[in-house]
Design a protein. Structure first.
Length: 224
């Protein structure tokens, strides 16, 4: 089966499972989404959603966030990974938005990626979910599933993004990105996953991939 044919069948299954697609990170506007995505690096969306209510109450806009002391921001987000660096970046980012962008989040990849703590994945999420611009942000779930399904070799995030953009219709990138994330969380975990029983892995994954993962998880169980 060609990759494009796999992708079309995968899209049909994802559409059946997720006809409506919630955004995992709680937010109210492009600014709070940008901050939430920035905070999500090396931590879970659940953890981010736990800390952002207090943070957004104190700094709901770029102007009010910029007026907060770095220590106050850190106090709100202390339990997320890399909190000191993120607190510094959040404050700097808010200051730049106020000073250079009239307190507006720019709807531009290059400008977003110029902001402190904002890489290509964060910019892609904001462009897709806040502004509706087609993008295909690749997180750990998408990287893992694209490799399992034979849609990419999983060697680099940049290659996975390019491979997925090549096989999914451009107008479906934003939906497919979120659907794959939810599928990875609910149906396709990283460890001890029975690929043969999975709604997608059972036919999309190669026999070699199934054998390799079964052997890997078997060794892990033995060591546990």
């Amino acid at each position: 089966m060609k990759r494009s044919e796999k992708a079309a069948r995968i899209q049909e299954i994802l559409d059946e499972l997720y006809p409506t697609i919630p955004v995992p990170l709680d937010h109210a506007d492009p600014f709070t989404l940008l901050i939430a995505v920035l905070l999500s690096a090396q931590t879970t969306d659940v953890k981010v959603n736990e800390v952002t209510p207090a943070l957004f109450k104190a700094g709901p806009t770029p102007a009010r966030m910029a007026r907060l002391a770095e220590e106050q921001i850190l106090g709100c987000i202390r339990t997320v990974g890399l909190a000191p660096t993120k607190a510094r970046n959040v404050r700097k980012l808010a200051q730049i938005l106020v000073e250079d962008f009239d307190s507006q989040v720019p709807a531009d990849f290059e400008l977003l990626e110029s902001l402190p703590g904002v890489g290509h994945k964060t910019a892609s999420v904001v462009m897709a979910q806040a502004f509706g611009v087609p993008a295909f942000p690749v997180d750990t779930h998408i990287q893992r599933l694209a490799a399992r399904w034979g849609l990419s070799d999983g060697s680099k995030v940049e290659k996975t993004e390019a491979d997925l953009k090549a096989v999914f219709a451009r107008e479906r990138w934003n939906d497919a990105h979120l659907q794959i994330i939810w599928f990875g969380r609910e149906h396709c975990p990283a460890r001890f996953h029975d690929l043969a029983a999975c709604p997608i892995c059972s036919w999309a994954a190669s026999k070699k991939r199934m054998q390799e993962e079964a052997a890997r998880d078997g060794r892990k169980r033995t060591k546990a």
